[in-house]
Write a protein that binds this ligand. Structure first.
Ligand SMILES: [Zn+2]
Length: 376
């Protein structure tokens, strides 16, 4: 059944506008391996693979509706052939350009740069920060010097820099106990502003990692493996958001892109307040698709309200199927589907059905504006 006849038969013609073509198929059912009918009381949460029972529209979106700038990826390919595959997949998915967040400095950065700078229209190479000697008197002058060297060597931004509560980290380089709002790193963020390098900054981690590992934990299917609730000496999520805000206030000329909705995907209203207080902040939506797809109405309202502050990102490899599930979540209005093997959550997902204007901004225009500000 094609889209037109489905909509006609379901008397939903009013929904036809802006909806990508849907089919009316239920998701494919394959036999479970092993025992065909185990006692359900013995099925573990980790093995639970529900399949949607609803006969509702299933939308296949091969290509994003508008060209994309992917603001959050990493140098996943190990060979030239894999880079060629990535480029082919980007073409198929309508990804115009990808930020390769290398998290590296020195020779490692140079090696990454040599690989990706062959495709200047398709990849940008971002550098990391060198936190070595963070407890020595020469810090951060040496880090600033290395940042300048990477910039002169072609780095177009800085990232991904992490602080999950223990202090700053850039790949293997760490500064334990030094958070982004620390005056010891002021000179680094100021240099970033001077060189017009945006900073991709990951603070905290998903909320379920901090909550008790019990039957009430909504992210329990992942929580125990990633738990942070048993680490008393870390700054917890609200504290890291305060640190993010302090950093933004101390460095108004520096543009920060908070990774993964700043891990406030569970409390988008709070992220909205952070946006309103801090004009130098964007947030990428990478690797938080399954977290926002369970709340499609609230999430799509948030996207509409802050459509000028959100940028597309992936952070999940470079398969075409990976890109496509992000399109299904952002563009379609599909309901109650699962993508457990992609995301690791058992939550049923829903399309957000974002409008064209919002999609265009999030997929492309906000990133284009942010990147153009470097030369303006
Ligand atoms: Zn990442």
């Amino acid at each position: 059944m094609n889209r037109r006849s489905f909509l006609k038969s379901a008397n939903l013609a009013g929904l036809a506008i802006a909806l990508p073509p849907s089919t009316f198929a239920t998701e494919e059912k394959k036999a479970l391996p092993g025992n065909p009918s185990p006692n359900p009381n013995t099925i573990l949460l980790k093995d639970y693979r529900p399949r949607s029972l609803h006969k509702v529209p299933v939308t296949q979106i091969e290509k994003a509706k508008f060209p994309i700038i992917d603001m959050h990826s990493h140098p996943y390919p190990k060979t030239e052939a894999e880079i060629a595959t990535w480029l082919k997949n980007m073409d198929e998915a309508n990804v115009e350009k990808t930020m390769v967040l290398t998290m590296t400095t020195g020779k490692e950065f140079d090696v990454n740069y040599a690989k990706y700078s062959k495709y200047p229209d398709r990849f940008e190479v971002w550098c990391g920060l060198d936190f070595s000697g963070h407890d020595q008197p020469g810090f951060p002058d040496n880090a600033v010097r290395e940042l300048k060297r990477c910039h002169d060597g072609g780095a177009k931004g800085i990232g991904e820099i992490h602080d999950k509560g223990q202090g700053l980290r850039s790949g293997k380089s760490t500064a334990p106990g030094i958070h982004p709002d620390d005056q010891r790193v002021d000179a680094i963020w100021d240099k970033a502003a001077e060189l017009r390098l945006p900073v991709s900054l990951h603070v905290a981690d998903p909320i379920w990692m901090y909550q008790p590992m019990d039957k009430h934990n909504d992210g329990l299917m992942n929580a125990y493996a990633w738990r942070l609730d048993n680490q008393p000496n870390i700054v917890k999520l609200p504290g890291m958001i305060d640190i993010l805000e302090q950093t933004l206030a101390r460095h108004r000329k520096t543009t920060f892109v908070a990774c993964h909705f700043a891990n406030l995907d569970y409390d988008l209203a709070h992220l909205g307040e952070v946006f309103e207080r801090n004009p130098n902040l964007y947030a990428d939506i990478s690797a938080r698709y399954a977290e926002t797809a369970p709340i499609p109405r609230f999430a799509s309202q948030f996207y509409a309200k802050y459509s000028e502050r959100l940028v597309y990102g992936t952070d999940m490899g470079f398969d075409t199927e990976m890109y496509r599930i992000t399109f299904r979540i952002l563009e379609s209005r599909d309901e109650h589907f699962y993508a457990i093997d992609q995301f690791g959550y058992h939550w049923p997902l829903n399309g957000l059905g974002l409008g064209d204007e919002v999609l265009q901004r999030v997929y492309h225009d906000n990133a284009a504006k942010l990147l153009a500000a470097r030369t303006g």
